[in-house]
Every structure is written in structure tokens, then in C-alpha cells.
Design a protein around this ligand. Structure first.
Ligand code: RB5
Length: 147
């Protein structure tokens, strides 16, 4: 499996259903998907647990990128961005997906199940997966994040 086709997913109970649907979508596109949980629905589970597991994999370089889910996407993105080297982008439109790659070199896409329909989530994901980092003037800014 080429490195670019490895991806991890994670989410709490609120993101559980969307995570499942997006996992299937990624697999159909030929991605090897590593699921960092939740592996079963439990309404008392906590988004930081799963966001940290996924963020550690991306931060260490074990898996180059990931898709994260919670109800709004806010909690999961706050948690993931605490890990060095993680640039988690909460996106609501395909344009945000494209620009978070082009300008921020985002390595984690965050989607909110209560804010984003499955169709929109797929469109955001497609844009995010396809979008190259522009580099150039954005390179310096991205480097500043971890300096
Ligand atoms: C869980 O109810 C919800 O608070 C969580 O999924 C997320 O939206 C937090 O930001």
C-alpha cells in the first residue's frame, strides 16, 4: 500500500455514524483506513480520547493524515491541534477543504456530524484529498506553527 493511501479515522459517539459512512467511502476509493475508535456506539464516550489517539498517529508520522468526527467538529479539532505537527482543519464547505490544504497544509480533516450532511461531508473530503499544498509564501507560515 503506498503511503499516500494510508489514512486514519476517529470520532466519538456523535460522529460514530458519519465515521462509518466516510470509512466505507474511503475504502471504495482505495484507501487503507485505520480506525482509532470509537469501535462501538457509547453515548458516554469522550471525544478527546479518540482525537488524541488519531493525532498521536499523525504527529509521529505513523499515518500521514486523518479524518476526525464529533458533533460539531469543534471539540475534536481543539484536541487534535494540541499535538505537535498536527494541523487539524474543521471544514464546512469543499472550498474550506481545498484551502485548508493549499494554505495550511492541513493533515487532519475534521467534520461535524450535527453540522454537515453526508453528501457535503463527501464533497469536502474529496476536495481535501485532492488539494495539494501550495507552498511558497504559505510554507513560512506553516513552519511558524511548530517553531
Ligand atoms: C458530544 O455530545 C459532543 O459534545 C461532541 O461530539 C462534540 O460536538 C464536542 O465538541
Amino acid at each position: 500500500m503506498e503511503e499516500g493511501k494510508k489514512i486514519c479515522v476517529a470520532g466519538d459517539h456523535a460522529g460514530f455514524e458519519l465515521k462509518g459512512a466516510i470509512t466505507e467511502y474511503l475504502q471504495k476509493k482505495g484507501y487503507e483506513v485505520h480506525d482509532c475508535g470509537a469501535l462501538e456506539y457509547d453515548r458516554d464516550d469522550d471525544y478527546p480520547v479518540f482525537a488524541f489517539d488519531l493525532a498521536k498517529k499523525v504527529s509521529s508520522g505513523e499515518i500521514p493524515r486523518g479524518v476526525l468526527f464529533c458533533g460539531t467538529g469543534v471539540g475534536a479539532s481543539i484536541a487534535a491541534n494540541r499535538k505537535k505537527g498536527v494541523r487539524a482543519a474543521l471544514c464546512f464547505t469543499p472550498e474550506m477543504g481545498t484551502l485548508s490544504r493549499a494554505h495550511n497544509d492541513s493533515n487532519v480533516l475534521v467534520l461535524g456530524s450535527r453540522t454537515t450532511s453526508l453528501e457535503t461531508a463527501k464533497a469536502i473530503l474529496d476536495a481535501w484529498l485532492a488539494g495539494p499544498f501550495e507552498g511558497g509564501r504559505h510554507e513560512k507560515r506553516v513552519k511558524m506553527l511548530d517553531a
